[in-house]
Structure formats: structure tokens, C-alpha cells
Design a protein around this ligand. Structure first.
Ligand code: SF4
Length: 427
């Protein structure tokens, strides 16, 4: 059963269900696999400009717009749905099905994602907080135990990307089958369950969870007995039934890295770029729309807050056209840096953390090898999972050096303090 007892539904914002923030309504748009076309990108950027904020990427590969009036947000959601009826996971009326991630470079998963999204859209028994990930490791070396374990631990994007995002249900496509990983007390682990149909396996896992979840929103909230029962249920819920036969031994698939960012152009026609702090301004959007004019070009937001362009005739030329607007260099100092919204958009913030972070990068004091998350107060919103240094603005009304939690790895550093965290990836 669920370890938590809740009577209320989750309150995740969606396309038609907004969160009322200090700067107006906040709407979150969840295209399947983070993919949007040029028309949708223009619509989102236009709405963001009206709201007075940049277009934002979220840690679930969604697109977020702030400062909207309620009517504007409705019109925007309707326009997106009109452009491509199957683009969004949300539907009017039942706004928030669960999140759905997919390896952004994989064309093999496009059909699988569409099938899973189509089956989930509109379901009322699926909590909005649930996160499902579909990963493509078909090109990875999965032929032997030792090499597989080593390969996956080294985790390049081709051998592990969305599996490192702390999803409740992760289905990994391998050369000969699909494998199921589930979240739990020890993080995301390989259940050993295999099935030839990746979409069927993902949907069976969702069904088994919803049947057992009680008041739980996430798989990790189930106690050990309920989680074991969920796995047992899965053997009966799929046709053909899930099994354990595969060239990949049970338990040897491990999740990819928390941050699999791989910026720059690739010979396979893809280009990964990084909007600083996950924010896109109109100039960047205009340049992206231009690239999307290529016949086969597509665009996806990743849960590590980058963008992946696929189907490019000349990824190097596309990277050159985005220079100065988005980070394209694999050695960019902005890689691994994130921040909460801070002042002035959050009333609780003690500082303009985004401005301060930009100044620190410019002066060479931030960026490089250490992942950092800058926050305006001790709530530390948006702190990513994995090992990260949280740079927290201090209350200016308190004497410098005040730190009621001071201990161990905490340091005083001017108007900010640093807290090193090694939290799990929560998705
Ligand atoms: S961490 Fe504090 S300042 Fe930053 S968004 Fe959250 S509440 Fe606001």
C-alpha cells in the first residue's frame, strides 16, 4: 500500500490548469516527448513575450509560460491543440495525465511514445506526478554482462539518458527486447522483466501501479510489499506475459547519468543546444524557427533543459547560426548550471539569483565542472538530483554569517552560502 495518506488530487500545472504565481498564471505545456513544431514554438514564444517572461524549459521536458492572463492561457492551449490534436499530453477537462519522457535523439521511439501518450491521454486514474520514461539503447553495447554494466555506467546519451531522470517507470529498448526499470527505496532499478513490445510494457506497468497505488502519486511511495505485488501483477497483465529471457541478464541495466547533456552537432544529423538557465528569448526562438524550416528538422525539449534538433542536413551550419543565442559548445561554462526564478519574479527571494549567477559566470567564478543550482532562499526550489552544489542567497536582514543549519559541508560565502547535496534524482 501507499506509505503516504492523501485525499487530495495532485496540483501539477498543465495546459488548461494553471498555477497562480505572483507574476500571473503559470501554464505548462507537455508535448509528447517534448517535441514541438515551428508553429507551436512561435505560439509559445509569443505568449511568453506577452507575459513579460522568457519561454522556459522544465525538468520534465515541458515548455512553461509565465505571467499569463487566464483567457490568454486558454487561447494558447486551444491553439496548440488545434495545430496538432495529438501534440499535447493534456486534454481539456482532464488536464494532467502523467509526464512522459523519451530519448530525444531516437526516431525508434516516436511511434512508441505516440502509442503510450494516446493510451494515457484523458485517463483519470493516473496521477499527474507519475513520470514514465522511454529510453533507446539499441545502439549501445548490450551483448555481455561486464561490458553492459561498464557501458551503462559510463552512460553516454546513446546508452543511457532519460533513465537517469528518476522516472517511476522506465522502459529501455534494447536490441532484442524492452526492459522494465522501476523506482523504489534504492532508486531506479532493473526489475528483470522483459517484453518484446515497449509500449505494452510501459502501459502494463502504469496499469499495475494504478491498481495498487491507493493514495500514492509515485511508485517510490509504495511500500515494499505493494511494489513486489506490482511486479508480480505485471507477469499476468501483458500478452504475451512479461518474462526474464533476454541477452541482458536480470538486474544489469542501470540508469544513465542525471545530466547527460552532450552539446554540439553530430554526424547523425542531430544538434544539442543549451538555453542558459532553460530560458529562450525571442531572438533564439526566431533562429530555431528558421532551422525548423528545413524539410526533416524537428525539435525536442529534454528533461535536462537542453534542446535537441534532429533531421538536420548540416548540423554544424545550424550550430553556427545559433551561436551567441544558445550554448552550442560542449565545453560551455553554462553546462550544469541552474537557478530558481529568484527576484524579482519570486517575492520570497533574497536576491536576483539569475543575474548574480550570470555575473559569476562572466567573471569566471561559476561554471565548468561542478554542477551548481542557485536559489533565492532556503526552500531551494528546482534543485536537481544527483551531486550538486546549491548556492543559496542569505537573508540580508540577518547578520552576515548567520546560518541556523551550519554544519559539516556548509560554508559561508559573502551573501550566499554553499550547500553540497547528493540527492536522488526525483524526476
Ligand atoms: S527557492 Fe525561494 S526564492 Fe527561489 S523560487 Fe523557491 S521560494 Fe522563490
Amino acid at each position: 500500500m501507499a506509505r503516504s495518506r492523501r485525499s487530495r488530487p495532485d496540483a501539477c500545472p498543465g495546459a488548461w490548469r494553471r498555477h497562480d504565481a505572483a507574476d500571473g498564471a503559470l501554464a505548462r505545456f507537455r508535448p509528447v516527448g517534448g517535441a514541438i513544431d515551428a508553429v507551436e514554438l512561435r505560439l509559445l514564444a509569443g505568449a511568453a513575450a506577452i507575459g513579460g517572461s522568457p519561454l522556459e524549459l522544465t525538468s520534465r521536458g515541458s515548455w512553461q509560460v509565465r505571467g499569463l492572463a487566464g483567457r490568454t492561457a486558454d487561447d494558447l492551449a486551444d491553439a496548440l491543440r488545434a495545430d496538432r490534436p495529438d501534440a499535447l499530453l493534456d486534454t481539456r477537462g482532464r488536464d494532467v495525465p502523467c509526464g512522459l519522457l523519451a530519448s530525444p535523439r531516437s526516431t525508434r521511439l516516436d511511434e512508441v511514445s505516440a502509442q503510450v501518450a494516446g493510451a494515457l491521454r484523458g485517463r483519470e486514474d493516473v496521477p499527474g506526478r507519475l513520470l514514465v520514461a522511454l529510453e533507446d539503447r539499441v545502439d549501445g553495447d548490450v551483448s555481455g554482462v561486464a561490458s553492459q554494466t561498464l557501458e551503462v555506467r559510463k552512460a553516454t546519451p546513446s546508452t543511457g539518458d532519460v533513465s537517469g531522470q528518476g522516472a517511476d517507470i522506465t522502459v529501455v529498448l534494447t536490441p532484442d527486447t524492452a526492459a522494465l526499470l522501476l523506482d523504489g527505496p534504492r532508486g531506479v532499478v532493473d526489475t528483470g522483466l522483459r517484453h518484446p513490445d515497449a509500449a505494452a510494457l510501459a502501459l502494463a506497468a502504469v496499469d499495475a501501479f494504478t491498481a495498487r497505488r491507493g493514495s500514492a502519486w509515485r511508485v517510490r511511495e509504495l511500500d515494499e510489499a505493494a511494489r513486489d505485488a506490482l511486479v508480480a501483477d505485471l507477469r499476468d497483465r501483458t500478452t504475451p506475459p512479461v518474462g526474464v529471457l533476454s541477452s541482458i541478464p536480470v538486474g544489469t541495466l542501470t540508469p544513465g547519468p542525471a545530466d547527460p547533456t552532450a552539446l554540439g552537432p553530430r554526424a547523425d544529423g542531430t544538434l544539442e543546444v543549451l538555453p542558459r538557465l532553460g530560458e529562450l528569448d525571442l531572438a533564439a526562438v526566431t533562429a530555431l524557427v528558421e532551422i525548423l524550416g528545413e524539410p526533416d528538422a524537428t525539435l525536442r525539449a529534454t528533461p535536462w533543459r537542453t534542446l535537441v534538433l534532429r533531421g538536420l542536413a548540416d548540423p554544424g551550419a545550424a550550430a553556427a547560426s545559433l551561436e551567441g543565442l544558445l550554448e552550442t559548445d560542449p565545453a560551455s561554462r553554462w553546462r550544469g548550471l541552474s537557478a530558481c526564478v529568484g527576484a524579482p519574479r519570486c517575492a520570497k527571494s533574497h536576491a536576483d539569483v539569475r543575474g548574480d549567477l550570470a555575473a559569476a559566470v562572466d567573471s569566471g567564478h561559476a561554471g565548468g565542472t561542478v554542477r551548481q543550482h542557485w536559489v533565492g532562499c532556503e526552500r531551494a526550489c528546482g534543485t536537481p538530483g544527483g551531486r550538486v552544489a546549491v548556492i543559496e542567497a542569505l537573508d540580508p536582514d540577518q547578520p552576515l554569517g548567520y546560518d541556523k543549519h551550519a554544519a559539516g559541508d556548509r560554508q559561508q560565502r559573502g551573501p550566499y552560502r554553499t550547500v553540497v547535496r547528493s540527492g536522488r534524482v526525483t524526476g
